[in-house]
Design a protein around this ligand. Structure first.
Ligand code: PEP
Ligand code: MG
Length: 756
């Protein structure tokens, strides 16, 4: 049995008393002292203490009932130190009947807490940040139950709100004032390329909630219902808007998002918080805070994405409840707005007037985040995972977002602003130069021609074929449409999608790579193995051959979509020839099946493989006799060749793709493929970098596939190069013991006026 007097009615009464207390007079310290007294009384606890975060990542005891008063403002714990520090570090509650037996217990003699055995503590959260910790303690070995933890969390939330509006824990905005307003360069993760400068618009300054405690829960439930309805119809309006287009993954994302808006579990949790005595908006916020705190602990990218969608919906719902619709900021949005947010939902981004947006910078975010996919569809530079961004930036400040290098500059100095303006102008000039050579071949000075292809993964990428003048799509990554859906698309849906891809390619060839999922690319509806080493685990063709139905359906859809047109299919992560044979056999059977039913298939069918696992290169004679083409995936190939995680920033400078080892490997693949007359492409990141592309051309690669934005620079380089001379120079270096040939090759190129 719970020892607390707090039932739902009790909780409401307590919240009301706290609110009245805050509204009353007295110094902040007096009100804090009364607060802990009231909470201790209501929770039937001998101790109630509040610890607040202070600069330098420490928690300070700011008020206590039950511990020694001398400890107030003296006892300090580092974040992570002791039980209180642990609650703050993980933003999660702890309830322990025997706290002193816990390995993290840190004894602070000045508090006199040794006589209290049980402890329950919860983080004081606001906007996903830990402001402090609220603790109750009892002399007995008390087992706190879940309801009590919930009740304390609700109280902590009210405290957080009061703190923010009431200067209870120090001057409001103290964190911002303590930061010197100097220029600041912050590193993050590139989420969409491009360079932009503008003024900070804090996406969605938090909706202020005026009333936390409800008088009448039935009325709050009715308000919630009306707001949910209003939100649903607003999302429908958004989906009906013409400018987001009628096809594409971003649309799929929005449809899924609407589905989330009907999530019963989420709405149910909000309902429960209303029953506990909160107003509808306070209840939404309470659930939001929980969601955010959980997000910090979840590493699974798919789940994080779902939670981010829920957060987005929560914000939207709050605006419907409070009638505060200023988010999209209509006329008040500056002409050169750069959105800054912790995270942002895909629909929220679309709420803004695109013509005034320059870029986006987020504290969170990942390349597969839904908002990143929409940003690409809108062509907005974007950088994510910028640590502490929100606490360092203020509205209307100048900001630079460099999506090329993943850097954000706050309050740039005049010189930096001038340099960036010059860089933007130079970029535009280069774009103009690339546009001039768009329809010319990538023909080197000595007459070697390279076929320029783009890598694509979203429908919008195909719209880049014409403006870049690329010959086709060298790598179409098919997994993104699968990743943004909540269930496996059937054959008809897939075929429709591939038809749309081919239509947008307008007759240019497209090499479709079959699903390369697994590793960090998860499908919500497919149970993945929990491999210790996912990049080397159950992924790509390995899943496809173990679950052939998935691959067969995809192949069938591709065959259907390409009816009467040529079709190129490529298999990922092939490690030996037998895997290619097995995959190709499935393709043959699917084709025969269609033919037997009199359905027209492709006019020409070519099957090839990615070469991204080194073992396959040791079977080249057998492989080259069976494939119609080979495409080297240097991203994976190099990580396996050097045993070096491709995503590790710590290792990224350790090995170079322009090392003698890597180049010798690539040279041998090119020599063998060219000798057999098998078309060979390189479609990893290195193809899109001019110096690397020069090396590849020199080694004999005649087809390069890259991000659309790299076509111009690489083509300009190739047109200025003497490939034969470079090949002879590079060939003479492959026996050197150097860890990289980059410096030598760059010097060679510069000496000969090659535009690298
Ligand atoms: C590669 O590995 O180089 C490649 C092109 O495939 P992905 O980057 O999709 O793994
Ligand atoms: Mg790969």
């Amino acid at each position: 049995m719970s020892q607390t007097s707090l039932g739902p009615g009790g909780a409401r009464r307590l919240l009301k008393r706290l609110r009245d207390l805050m509204a009353g007079g007295g110094s902040a310290q007096e009100r804090l002292n009364q607060t802990v007294r009231i909470i201790a009384g209501d929770m039937v606890a001998e101790v109630c203490s509040i610890y607040m975060a202070r600069p330098g990542d420490v928690l300070e005891l700011v008020a206590t009932e039950g511990l020694k008063q001398e400890a107030v403002h003296k006892t300090r714990l580092a974040i992570g130190e002791g039980l209180v520090g642990d609650i703050a570090a993980h933003a999660r509650p702890l309830a322990l009947a025997d706290a002193q037996a816990h390995p993290l217990f840190a004894y602070k003699p000045e508090t006199g807490e040794e006589s209290f055995h049980s402890l329950m503590g919860v983080p004081v959260l606001r906007g996903g940040r830990v402001l402090g910790v609220l603790v109750v303690q009892n002399r007995s070995f008390r087992e706190y139950d879940e309801e009590e933890v919930e009740a304390l969390q609700t109280i902590a939330m009210v405290l957080a709100e009061l703190a923010a509006s009431d200067s209870l824990f120090g001057p409001p905005g103290a964190a911002l004032e303590s930061v010197a307003l100097l220029p600041e360069r912050l590193e993050g993760l590139k989420l969409n390329e491009g360079l932009a400068m503008g003024r900070v618009v804090m996406h969605q300054p938090r909706v202020t909630i005026r009333q936390m405690v409800a008088e009448d829960p039935a009325r709050e439930r009715a308000r919630l219902e009306a707001a949910v309805e209003g939100m649903h119809s607003a999302i429908d309006d958004l989906l009906a808007r013409a400018d987001i287009g009628h096809a594409g993954e971003h649309r799929e994302i929005l449809e899924t998002y609407r589905m989330f808006a009907e999530d019963r579990g989420w709405l149910g949790r909000i309902g429960e918080a209303i029953n506990a005595g909160l107003t509808a908006e306070a209840a939404v916020q309470r659930v939001q805070d929980d969601t955010r705190a959980r997000m910090h602990q979840i590493t699974d990218p798919y789940l994080r994405e779902r939670l981010a969608d829920l957060e987005d919906l929560g914000n939207r719902l709050l605006r419907h409840l409070t009638g505060d619709r200023t988010a999209a900021q209509g006329g008040s949005l500056p002409e050169d707005a750069v959105l800054v947010a912790r995270s942002m939902g895909p629909a929220e981004l679309l709420d803004y007037d695109r013509s005034r947006l320059r870029a986006i910078a987020l504290e969170e975010g990942s390349p597969t985040a839904h908002v990143a996919i929409v940003a690409r569809a809108l062509g907005l530079p974007m950088v994510g995972r910028v640590k502490d961004l929100l606490s360092l930036v203020a509205p209307d400040e100048r900001i630079i977002v460099d999506g090329e290098s993943g850097v954000v500059v706050l309050r740039p100095s005049e010189e930096v602003r001038d340099a960036v303006s010059a860089a933007i102008a130079a970029r535009q000039a280069r774009q103009a130069q690339y546009a001039r050579i768009r329809d010319l071949p990538a023909l080197s000075r000595d007459g070697v021609e390279t076929t320029m292809l783009v890598n694509a993964g979203l429908l919008v990428d195909l719209d880049q074929l014409a403006p870049t003048g690329a010959a086709g799509v060298g790598l179409y990554r098919t997994e993104i449409p699968f990743m943004v859906r909540s269930s496996f698309p059937d054959v008809a849906a897939q075929a429709d999608f591939y038809r749309e891809v081919l239509a947008r390619a307008a007759g240019r060839p497209v090499v479709f790579r079959t699903l390369d999922v697994g590793g960090d690319k998860r499908l919500p509806y497919l149970e993945m193995a929990d491999d210790e080493n996912p990049a080397m685990g159950w992924r790509a063709i390995r899943i496809a051959l173990d679950r052939p139905m998935m691959l067969r359906q995809q192949l069938r859809a591709l065959l259907l979509a390409s009816s009467g047109r040529p079709l190129d299919i490529m298999f990922p992560m092939i490690a030996d020839v037998a895997e290619f044979d097995a995959a190709k056999d499935l393709l043959r059977r699917e084709r025969e099946r269609l033919e037997a039913r009199g359905i027209e298939g492709p006019s020409e069918l070519r099957a090839g493989t990615m070469l991204e696992v080194p073992s396959l290169a040791l079977q080249l004679p057998a492989l080259l006799g069976r494939v119609d083409f080979v495409s080297v995936g240097s991203n994976d190939l190099m990580q396996f060749l050097f045993a070096c995680d491709r995503g590790s920033t710590r290792l990224s400078g350790r090995y170079d793709v322009l090392s003698p080892a890597a180049l010798r490997f690539l040279a041998e693949v090119a020599r063998a493929a060219n000798a057999r007359g098998v078309p060979l492409t390189l479609c990893g990141e290195m193809a899109g970098r001019p110096l690397e592309a020069l090396a590849l051309a020199a080694l004999g690669f005649r087809r390069l596939s890259m991000a659309p934005s790299a076509i111009g620079p690489v083509k300009a380089m190739l047109r200025s190069a003497d490939i034969g001379a470079t090949g002879r120079y590079l060939g003479g270096l492959l026996d050197l013991p150097d860890r990289s040939l980059r410096g030598r090759l760059r010097a060679f190129a510069r000496d000969r006026g090659i535009a690298v």
